[in-house]
Design a protein around this ligand. Structure first.
Ligand code: HEC
Ligand code: HEC
Length: 292
């Protein structure tokens, strides 16, 4: 804490000393005014006005407070820039308290590093830390409850573009992911896009018909299998989503699906390795999978 300038130091000294002298004189004056001085005024025959001596405990209270204040001032900083015999200041106390608190906190954190996912999920404090981290770093994109919004995927369902094993999710958060769905508008043409869009939608909606969707299926095998797989199951290596499970990040209507196919998509999950510690990321993964 910075020292007070001379002027303010004098103000503090004068006010403190003044207060102390006042307390002492108050105590003493109470002590010496213990005289009974009954006036001649009386009402109603029995009621009389007079000055009774102040109760003795007032005196002791005044003197007691003054003595307490003097001792306090000897030991603690309270008199201008005098530091007190104990050399402690509020700033000093705060620093010591915080150092203690941090010690405990980091000791606790390092034990969390050794803890496995299940145990972390059972630890309410660890889960509380993780949900705070999520609110601060992830909720703006993935939504407050991690269930996704707009083009930002749901993180608490069973659909994972990039894999749902803890080590895969850790990789996603740490290093980020860049999805590339190429644009197929030119090679497929409008009709081709329409056919293949109808084909994948029919699988996803469970309305697939061998006759009406045959053309789209053909194109799918030719252009899409490499990434989305023969059964439309997707591939976590490319971040290619499952197209048959009814979960759509860019919209489930035919127009959105055609748009995805014709113009491509480029979802980017930013890397967080410079913003979060490995422990924070591990906690986030435990938190995201807490109900699984
Ligand atoms: C700027 C927006 C943004 C922020 C902030 C963000 N993400 Fe993402 N995240 C995305 C996008 C977009 C994707 C989808 C990438 C894709 O298309 O493959 C994604 C994908 C993911 C995935 C992969 C989902 C899957 O299905 O495999 C995980 C896991 C994830 N984010 C977790 C997080 C966590 C945890 C945080 C906070 C530390 C976070 N994200 C912060 C935008 C964001
Ligand atoms: C090079 C690999 C690759 C190929 C080939 C590919 N895709 Fe994709 N596709 C992806 C990736 C990666 C994404 C996720 C894009 C993102 O998250 O931004 C995706 C996303 C999509 C989506 C959006 C899914 C959603 O949830 O909204 C559709 C629809 C789609 N692909 C259809 C197709 C079709 C049809 C073909 C063939 C004509 C095809 N893809 C070929 C990689 C590929």
């Amino acid at each position: 804490m910075a020292d007070l300038p001379f002027f303010w130091q004098s103000v503090v000294v004068i006010l403190t000393a003044g207060g102390l002298i006042y307390l002492l004189t108050l105590g003493i004056s109470i002590y010496f005014s213990r005289v009974s001085d009954v006036h001649d005024v009386s009402w109603d025959e029995t009621l009389e006005e007079g000055i009774n001596p102040a109760p003795a405990w007032w005196f002791w209270l005044g003197i007691g407070s003054a003595i307490f204040a003097i001792f306090y001032m000897i030991f603690y900083p309270s008199f201008g820039n005098y530091k007190g015999l104990l050399g402690s200041t509020i700033a000093q106390e705060y620093i010591e308290h915080k150092a203690n608190f941090d010690d405990e906190y980091y000791k606790e954190l390092s034990t969390l590093e050794q803890t496995d996912m299940r145990a972390l999920q059972a630890n309410p404090e660890a889960m509380h830390l993780a949900s705070n981290t999520f609110a601060q770093y992830c909720a703006s994109c993935h939504g407050a409850d991690a269930s996704g919004q707009g083009e930002f995927p749901n993180l608490v369902d069973e659909e994972w573009f990039w894999g749902g094993k803890p080590e895969q999710i850790i990789q996603t958060i740490t290093h980020g992911r860049k999805a590339v769905m190429p644009a197929w508008g030119v090679p497929l043409g409008d009709e081709g896009v329409n056919n293949v869009a109808n084909y994948v939608k029919s699988i996803s909606d469970n309305t697939y018909n061998e006759k009406t969707h045959a053309a789209g299926k053909e194109k799918y095998k030719q252009f899409c299998v490499a990434c989305h797989g023969i059964n439309l199951q997707g591939n976590p290596v490319f971040g290619a989503p499952n197209l048959g499970d009814g979960v759509w990040i860019y919209g489930s209507d035919l127009e959105s699906i055609k748009q995805s196919i014709a113009s491509g998509r480029k979802g980017v999950m930013p890397a967080h390795k410079d913003r979060l510690t490995p422990l924070q990321i591990k906690l986030l993964v435990a938190w995201l999978k807490r109900n699984k």
